[in-house]
Design a protein around this ligand. Sequence first.
Ligand code: UDX
Length: 439
Amino acid sequence: MVGVDVDEEKVAALNRGKPPFFEPHLEEMLVLARPNLSFTTRYEEAIPQAQVVFIAVGTPSSPDGGPDLTQVKQAAEGIGRSLGEEFTVVVNKSTVPVGSGNYVEALVRRAFQEVHGGEPDGRLAVASNPEFLREGQAFHDSFYPDRVVVGAEDRRAIEVLRELYEPILEQSFTPPPFLPRPERMGAVPFLTTDLASAELIKYGANAFLALKISFINELARLADRVGADIREVARGIGLDHRIGPRFLQAGLGWGESCFPKDTAALLAMGREYGLSLPILEAAREVNFGQRDLIADKLLAELKTLKGKTIALLGLAFKPHTDDLRESPALALADLLLKRGAFVRAHDPVALPRVRREVALPLEYAETPEEALRRADAVVLSTDWPEYRTWPWERLRGLLRVPLVVDGRNFLDGKALAAMGYRYVGVGIPALGILSKAEV
Ligand code: UDX
């Protein structure tokens, strides 16, 4: 297997076994795969002998909300120029708008023609094979997926991909030591569709998950008003098999490029066809409003944010990654800074990346003590497991105001209240009280 990237530094680092970003087990996996895996910047080293070529480039949002397909175009052209003599399936793994399979096929054909003159007839097929993995669980989701979806018009393409995926579909591979097979893991469904349906499945799945979270966040706002506990409500709702318990965790809302980007892309697709998608519009509005909600909760407790120092725990968009794209934590930091607060940020993994990539005037803390010393409040913005095991009892004395606003309903509020903290979550009853002297 050969990986191609245009970034020479990235390729050199990968060839030395160094991943360009943080993902659990990635480094170990690079060691395991080493005998069968190399990286290059040159298409001509990878494409001619390949039976399957995956396009897995970025498709960031362009200003109109639709995805920017520049990298897809460059990859398709690079593939077309180097296409070999044998039958090759070009697979779109990048999330692309419906119709992109045809676009990729046209680009590959045109690039092939430019170099070779004739048509690549009979030796080219295009398929869509959407990606459903979660960052931070990428290997688990790849090895033990809920389903594999392949969209293609060409039967041979489907057969080639079925064969490629067989060890995963049949679960016949030996799991790597760090990734044991889950109990009760059975055969994986292989769903074959036309190209357009596969492309829409990817968007549909992400949009549905995004709106499930927005729904619970909307309900959490009501829970705050009526004095209910959204965690109990979510449990009660999620026990209904038709709904299911996952993705019902209220809090700061969703980030990273996928949910924001894919919901924006669906809206852009709708506009292209003169169709409004009001449920998706609302899901986005609720989601981005969650950041204001947390800032307002802080304001209600502290009476003013001007000049206050807020310890912000977690900057990555979710735990087990250093991905900062559309991070709700960074959006909240921006809001707090705009409202006159100082923000002292902590993250167990993402700080080096934040220092390099984020322009916000944040203060940085490497340790729990540095983060909390003389702060006027703690806001938990990313549910990194280590925050649960911080020595909260001991740390309390460092804070100017022992206030914890838990933007992920993640910490043990009862235990914190027993230690003398005021604990405020999202859609859950607040615990503990601050004395007049403390605020
Ligand atoms: C998502 C999809 O889950 C995955 O199938 C797709 O391939 C890529 O996009 P990812 O963005 O890596 O994966 O993370 P995910 O675990 O889905 O979380 C997305 C965001 O939603 C995070 O910011 C997370 O904190 C938030 N979230 C998740 C909630 O706010 N509540 C929840 O109940 C679940």
